[in-house]
Design a protein around this ligand. Structure first.
Ligand code: BES
Ligand code: MN
Ligand code: ZN
Length: 627
């Protein structure tokens, strides 16, 4: 898929220039920012189904990889299972190129250049012209409209100039259809017409609502267009806004990038585990009317990098627990590091090494599993310059949570979905992938995951067992199903030992958080108002929904043990809060720390798919901490 941006399509102005100048003396050029997205269904093609030799993946650009730490895996403790053929994060390869194009031969030329260069070329110096939407040739012309754009005059004619122009070209059918279908431009509404009269085969209007949350509205718009392209097997689409001229110049790049994000993520389907699937037909997306040039180009590149992180995150969560074992998760983390060995070091600790570090809480959870645990630590350092801030991102990495001896039973326990209990680690590794590409300056980031499974066996921890975490605190396990906090306890102690100033952990930690906030909002727990401000600022840009919850100290009462320092489970009430209070026991007071409970938003029940939640907020937050 290619994503292109070209310059403002005010319909009247170019037309007038056209007519007034009589002959076309100027050969006009449009700057087209062109993202070439090779959609690659390697899962369907046998030659892409490689069985990955683990040692193989470590030999890739191992520059800074701490190879002795990897030796347990290299020595074959983790054997590549038949399932390791499902590689992660390689579905979409995107590259951008910048090409000049004339308004008439525009598309074909831009595409051939895009394919030929697959990289950034220099922008043409000639002033860009305007494109006439009516002349745009392709499969779908998608116009985003607000409720205000849909206003009509006393003769039922659109007041908006772009809609007016399209409507008159279509003999009034657009205004007729929108009236009949009661299309008012509300968010989520859409109407697609297949009509002769335009260069485009179809024209679609997409409601943006009142643009209360612009990022979310633009992203949904991009996604809706991608879905329409999918259902009509469209090869190319153009996306524009009815009132793009009303958008302040400084907001245009972020508007374009929100639309592009929606289009990329809407095009992506995780078909790895299907025996049959269609290749996406969509090859190119022209974003018209939101400008061109280096700034928008940078924004689109950023959107692309974040999308690739999100896609990896989704793939990790979607992968079932028989494919994605702790060993495979460690392998994937190492792959991310080796793909960007200029900025990453990878350290994978096996059971013995975790024992040396006295990670008794984490190893207690891992004890029942036939699949050995791996403690994952990636470290990002900027390619050059000094480090001003050190951060850690910690993710819960339960590749499966059966509950253990307190096995998950009964309707609504969701045991069959507990592959998603590594959603926190997917967010952390997805962010790592994106940041490895973006390479922010001035910031060091530690990515930490204590990966394991919560299973049942004769070697497993029993309810009532007492574990000792790596900071020496003892825990009476009154419920083996409250396992995430046990793994995070040792991960947080480890993170604090890296000398970081701030830690954000993400975890599918409690069903109670879903009861409190529902399926699409994550719960935020932090004693630090400063850190809250930073992360909420990032979430406003990313559009991910967070809600701050109280860290009510009086609830700690329920977490007291008669024999150990604490139990791991309080009562039924305020379960997400007592879980957060438990984690706090393992964080150095000098470190600013935030826990985000993503039990709800990790999974989309309707789509039966992972959401990639958390990645865009984390990347944004890290960038805001860079210099
Ligand atoms: N992974 C679950 C939390 C969870 C439950 C996430 C449902 C998404 C959907 C976690 O390990 C867990 O089992 N938590 C228990 C804690 C309880 C035993 C105190 C819970 O929420 O029931
Ligand atoms: Mn559990
Ligand atoms: Zn769990």
């Amino acid at each position: 898929m290619t994503i292109q941006t070209s310059v403002v399509p005010q319909l009247l102005a170019p037309l007038c220039i056209f007519v007034l100048s009589g002959t076309l003396l100027l050969t006009v050029f449009v700057f087209v920012l062109d993202a070439h997205l090779v959609v690659d269904n390697r899962w369907q093609d046998n030659h892409f189904l490689n069985v990955i030799e683990i040692s193989h993946s470590f030999s890739l650009g191992t520059g800074k990889i701490v190879s002795d730490m990897l030796s347990p895996i290299v020595n074959g403790i983790v054997r590549p299972s038949v399932f390791t053929k499902f590689r992660f994060g390689h579905i979409l390869d995107i590259s951008f190129s910048l090409a000049p194009q004339s308004s008439r031969r525009a598309k074909r030329m831009a595409h051939s250049i895009a394919r030929a260069t697959l990289g950034l070329t220099q922008p043409n110096k000639i002033d860009p012209p305007k494109i006439d939407l009516v002349e745009w040739k392709g499969d779908i012309l998608a116009v985003g409209v607000t409720e205000k754009d849909m206003a009509k005059d006393e003769n039922s004619k659109f007041k908006n100039l772009i809609l007016q122009k399209l409507d008159s070209q279509l003999g009034g059918l657009l205004s007729e259809a929108t009236s009949e279908e009661d299309f008012t431009g509300k968010a989520g509404q859409s109407t697609v017409l297949r009509l002769p009269g335009l260069g485009s085969k179809r024209v679609g209007l997409y409601g943006l609502g009142a643009l209360a949350s612009a990022t979310v509205a633009y992203r949904s718009f991009g996604e809706a267009v991608a879905l329409a392209a999918k259902s009509s097997q469209a090869n190319n689409v153009a996306i524009t806004l009815a009132s793009s001229e009303g958008i302040p110049t400084e907001s245009k790049p972020s508007t374009a990038s929100a639309i592009a994000t929606g289009a990329i993520l809407g095009t992506f389907d995780d078909n790895r585990f299907k025996s049959e699937s269609k290749k996406p037909a969509l090859k190119s997306v022209d974003i018209i009317g939101l400008g061109s040039g280096p700034e928008i180009e940078k924004k689109l590149k950023y959107a692309e990098d974040v999308c690739l992180g999100i896609i990896l995150g989704k793939e990790l969560v979607n992968a079932p627990a028989n494919v994605l074992t702790p060993g495979v998760l460690a392998e994937e983390a190492t792959r991310i590091a080796s793909e960007h060995s200029d900025v990453f070091t990878a350290k994978i600790l096996d059971v013995e090494q975790c024992k040396e570090l006295k990670m008794g809480a984490y190893l207690g959870v891992a004890a029942a599993s036939a699949n050995p645990p791996y403690f994952i630590h990636l470290c990002y350092k900027p390619p050059s310059g000094s480090v001003k801030t050190k951060l850690a991102l910690v993710g819960k990495g339960l590749t499966f949570d059966s509950g253990g001896y307190n096995i998950k039973t009964g309707a609504g326990c969701m045991i069959e979905l507990m592959k998603f209990d590594m959603g926190g680690s997917a967010a952390v590794l997805g962010a790592a992938k994106a940041l490895g590409q973006i390479k922010p300056a001035g910031v060091e980031v530690h990515f930490i995951v204590a990966a394991c499974e919560n299973m049942i066996s004769g070697t497993g921890m029993r309810p009532g067992d007492i574990l000792t975490a790596s900071n020496g605190k003892t825990i009476e396990v009154n419920n083996t199903d409250a396992e995430g906090r046990l793994t995070l306890a040792d991960a947080l102690v480890y993170a604090c030992n890296q000398g970081v100033e701030k830690i954000v952990d993400l975890a599918t930690l409690t069903g109670a958080c879903i009861v409190a906030l529902g399926p699409s909002i994550a719960g935020v727990f932090t004693p630090s108002d400063e850190l809250a401000k930073e992360v909420f600022g990032a979430s406003e840009i990313s559009g991910e929904k967070l809600w701050r919850m109280p860290m009510e100290e009086s609830y700690w009462e329920t977490m007291k043990s008669g024999v150990a320092d604490m139990v791991n489970t309080g009562g039924r009430q305020g379960g997400a809060i007592t879980a957060a209070l438990f984690l706090k026991q393992f964080v150095d007071e000098k470190v600013q720390w935030m826990h985000i409970d993503i039990a709800g938003p990790v999974w989309n029940d309707k789509k039966k798919n992972a959401t990639g939640f958390g990645i865009s907020t984390l990347v944004e937050w890290v960038l805001n901490n860079s210099s």
